[in-house]
Write a protein that binds this ligand. Structure first.
Ligand SMILES: [Mn+2]
Length: 309
């Protein structure tokens, strides 16, 4: 397995179907086995609690954008930091594939890094990695894989799809942040609901809201979402749920932003979007380099740590 970033990225474009399938199988075994203490993480069902120390590099939706992933990995120095044993964790907010042209390559790079640095990586679940009954559309991953891997495409897709259930529902950093792909369920009571949302699906709508919902400035409580899944949630919901979780700010992805990021709900919500190009053509992508020990009250204080590209 190549160990430097340039060769991993190069290999992502040349890897054959059988090697890709083998990587997905190994990644599934690693993710399946995660529980309890792993480096600076404490894993509890599908919730990761991160220690409030060291640095988190937080990446928004990639949607098959290998170029943006490369820019972020180079710019943040993640691999050098992790290889040197620094206290660093790379958090993906979900939506790795679909839409963009290089979904297979993005999965290859992300999971190669996960195998190399298992304690330094957290992979959240996006609506494009949803459960069987609630998968985003268009879901062009199977077509991309067939095009890329030929007769191995169907199996490469099936193995990748198996990973979806192992991706995490949420990240919590005590007294500071909750990170999810989409939004906050209005009736969430505690961190255990984050950890077990997938087990209660579809009887309770926690998982659907975590993966699909969006903040709205106009909404009070929750209102119907034009996406057809999830809901639009108001500032009152954000404030109530953050309080219940004992944190200050929601960091999430899911919505394209012209500047790569957006602030909502009087600074209690930060949206990050890391993909550039078609079909959204946002001017910038963005990611976060977050010193986790710093205490914050509001996203305004995160501005110095946002990296636009
Ligand atoms: Mn999404």
């Amino acid at each position: 397995m190549p160990l430097n970033l340039t060769s991993i990225i190069k290999e992502s474009s040349t890897v054959q179907g059988d090697a890709f399938i083998a990587l997905m199988e190994k990644a599934a075994a690693v993710l399946r086995g995660e529980s309890g203490r792993i480096g600076c993480q404490t894993v509890e069902d599908r919730l990761v609690r991160l220690d409030a120390s060291g640095e988190a590099i937080v990446i928004g939706d990639l949607h098959g954008d290998l170029q943006s992933l490369t820019t972020i990995l180079k710019g943040s120095g993640f691999m050098e930091k992790a290889a040197d044993g620094n206290d660093v964790v790379l958090v993906f907010l979900g939506d790795y594939g679909d839409r963009g042209a290089h979904s297979a390559e993005v999965y290859y790079v992300v999971l190669t890094l996960k195998l190399r640095f298992p304690a330094n990586m957290v992979l959240l679940r996006g609506n494009h990695e949803g459960p069987e009954d609630l998968l985003a559309s268009p879901h062009d991953l199977p077509f991309q894989f067939r095009h890329r891997f030929g007769t191995d495409g169907a199996e490469a897709y099936a193995k990748t799809r198996e990973l979806f259930a192992y991706f995490y529902n949420a990240v919590l950093v005590k007294e500071r942040y909750v990170m999810v792909h989409g939004g906050l369920p209005a009736d969430l009571s505690n961190a255990q609901d984050l950890a077990r949302a997938h087990l209660m699906h579809p009887e309770k709508r926690f998982l659907e809201d975590l993966l699909w919902s969006d903040p709205s400035e106009a909404a009070q409580d929750v209102v119907f979402s034009p996406r057809g899944a999830g809901q639009l949630f108001g500032r009152d919901v954000t404030e109530k749920v953050l309080e219940k979780l004992g944190v200050k700010v929601l960091i999430r992805g899911h919505e394209p932003c012209e500047e790569g990021f957006r602030i909502n709900h009087k600074g209690r919500v930060l949206t990050l979007f890391s993909m550039k190009g078609a079909p959204y053509f946002n001017k910038h992508g963005a990611y976060l380099q977050l010193p986790l020990s710093e205490k914050i009250e509001n996203t305004q204080q995160l501005l110095p740590w946002i990296r636009k590209f």
